[in-house]
Design a protein. Structure first.
Lengths: 268, 322
């Protein structure tokens, strides 16, 4: 009986299997660490009900209650935060030798990066669907009036949220690939996250902003995710949906390219 | 046939030369040991051979593939068990192996067959569905050894395979390494700073210090090069110069009122030595260990500089973090 030492299958097949392998791992771990999903859902709900509910008792914007107004923003916030922080797991893999085990496998660095992105995005996808379902329930209970979640808006929302997720997971992985400590990662991630979130229009309308603030908000790619999603879910938006999707899509492509490059250069 | 051929392999960092112009051939089917103190350059050498770090200059071939120019082919030819734990402890033993099979592009049925075989080999079949965090340090090492073997590598690298394990677990791991060397018929390269480990497992070994190979050969050859047994005498007024004149005494070292001699054919000559030195307080004779060989060539003991951060502690720290 011949022993097959190497080259079980073609290179392309190997890379696809490699991507599946990394996804398989992330998914298994995510399913087992149920607290991860729990916290990623509870946190946005607290924002929505406490900040949204509190301010909503006195504030309404463009004719909708404040709570309703920030619901799309909170969805984006939730995936942005958990997606970027997904990058921390690569540092934990570095701390032991798991990362080396992956790096020494005969798959390309691109496949490795894609596998990680797919894995992280799956986690976020579960979170997104959960939050959309909760939104639907809250809407039908009369707590989130004005949010329209149906089949079509659900699918388009998923498109926006997933594109944002892919961009942010890539961003997190870029940071993670460059850092040695989780503390350092948290510092850098927080430094990026807060402006990304607060300057995105998630919590306020971006029409009539002060002139010094306006350009910063318009440079923030997350602004376009929020604007697009808000357009889809409650019909309020500043830009054309195509522009929104284009900006976030291009941003995702840029982060994917940089991420792939960062992974190729990563040494252990 | 040389399965590994290292040619002028060098790795320089800003100020230090971690691996300095290394030349070494390893034959197919042998268990070869890289023995040296911590920081000698063993792990750096291993990382270069496994394509994880690029050499500053020089290269090596593994299974006739160049580590610099054909890293993908090299990767398919090797398996490696890293110094630190490298399995995911939230996954079960079986899942870790399945992941490995996928990473190496193994067809599903072949992977399943190999998982069964290697689990059998390291006696973990019964625990395959337990999460790795429930494994002991020794079990986790065994799992990682099994994993390194799964894709039928030509060469298996083991980086400090028993670091941080208790003596009993070490003995077990040694047993498994010997068994798999026979059953899987592969070349095994071990780095270690434990002399007994190198002595016990390796057919041939190279003693490495400060990035250079000091001496290589079988454990017996190395000890032979040492030039005899070590005789330690404790006595007052030792006649050192008379001892030095003896032809079968190769080396005389004095420390306080103790003297250490390297003596050829001790059995024949011990009597004469004792007559010459007269009354002694104590005599101790032992055959040279690899540590003696190391001291002989470097003037230091291999133990200087204790291992930093044991394997088990790192695993615990990781567990706490995650």
């Amino acid at each position: 009986m011949g022993r097959e030492s190497y080259g079980f299958q073609g290179e392309k097949m190997n890379n696809l299997k490699g991507i599946y392998a990394l996804w398989y791992r992330e998914f298994k771990v995510f399913v087992r660490e149920k607290s991860r999903l729990g916290f990623s859902v509870i946190n946005p709900l607290v924002w929505l009900l406490v900040v949204g509910g509190g301010l909503g008792s006195v504030v309404s914007i463009s004719g909708v209650n404040y709570k309703t107004f920030i619901y799309p923003g909170i969805l984006i916030q939730s995936v942005v935060f958990s997606s970027i922080f997904f990058g921390v797991y690569i540092i934990l893999d570095k701390k032991i030798d798991f990362l080396k085990e992956v790096l020494v496998a005969p798959i390309s660095r691109t496949a490795m990066f894609v596998g990680k992105v797919v894995g992280g995005s799956t986690d976020a996808l579960i979170e997104i669907v959960t939050l959309l379902v909760i939104g639907y329930i809250l809407e039908s209970m009369g707590i989130l009036t004005g949010v329209s979640i149906n089949f079509v808006s659900g699918i388009v929302s998923l498109g926006f949220l997933l594109t944002t997720t892919v961009a942010m997971v890539s961003l997190g992985l870029i940071i993670g690939s460059q850092m040695e400590s989780t503390e350092g990662f948290q510092l850098v991630a927080s430094f990026l996250l807060f402006p990304l979130f607060f300057l995105s229009g998630a919590l306020f309308p971006i029409t009539n902003l002060p002139s010094w603030l306006s350009p910063i908000v318009l440079l923030n790619p997350i602004t376009y995710s929020v604007d697009g999603l808000r357009g889809v879910l409650i019909g309020i938006s500043k830009f054309n949906i195509g522009l929104d999707f284009g900006v976030i899509g291009v941003f995702a492509l840029i982060t994917i390219s940089i991420g792939t490059y960062a992974f190729k250069r990563m040494e252990v | 046939m040389n399965i590994i051929d290292i040619k002028n392999l060098t790795k320089k960092y800003k100020e230090i030369t971690a691996v300095d112009d290394l030349n070494l051939q390893i034959k197919e089917g042998e268990i070869f040991g890289l023995l040296g103190p911590n920081g000698a350059g063993k792990t750096t050498t291993l990382l270069m051979l496994t394509t994880l770090r690029k050499p500053s200059s020089g290269t090596a071939t593994i299974n006739n593939f160049d580590i610099v120019r054909q890293p993908d082919n090299v990767r398919k030819s090797i398996g490696i068990v890293f110094q630190d734990p490298s399995s995911d402890e939230i996954l079960t033993g079986y899942e870790n192996l399945k992941l490995h099979g996928l990473l190496y592009g193994m067809p599903g049925d072949l992977a399943e067959r190999r998982i069964k075989e290697v689990l059998e080999l390291v006696d973990l079949t019964k625990r395959k569905n337990d999460m790795v965090k429930k494994y002991s340090g020794g079990m986790r090492r065994r799992l990682e050894i099994a994993r390194g073997l799964m894709h039928h590598p030509k060469v298996l690298f083991l980086d400090e395979p028993t670091l941080g394990l208790d003596p009993q677990a070490r003995g077990h791991i040694w047993g498994y390494i010997k068994k798999l060397a026979q059953e899987e018929r592969i070349t095994i390269v071990i780095t270690t700073h434990y002399m007994d480990e190198a002595d016990n497992l390796c057919g041939r070994l190279a003693i490495i210090d400060k990035g250079k190979i000091i001496v290589s050969g079988s454990s017996r050859e190395l000890k032979k090069k040492f030039g005899g047994d070590i005789v330690r005498l404790k006595a007052r007024n030792l006649n050192i110069s008379a001892l030095k004149k003896l032809k079968y005494v190769n080396k005389v070292e004095k420390r306080d009122d103790e003297v250490s001699l390297t003596v050829e054919d001790t059995n024949e000559h011990l009597q004469e030595i004792l007559v010459l030195v007269g009354k002694v307080e104590s005599v101790e004779v032992h055959s040279p260990t690899l540590d003696d060989v190391f001291i002989h060539y470097t003037g230091r003991t291999i133990r200087e500089g204790a291992p930093e951060g044991g394997w088990a502690e790192k695993a615990m720290a990781f567990r706490a973090k995650r």
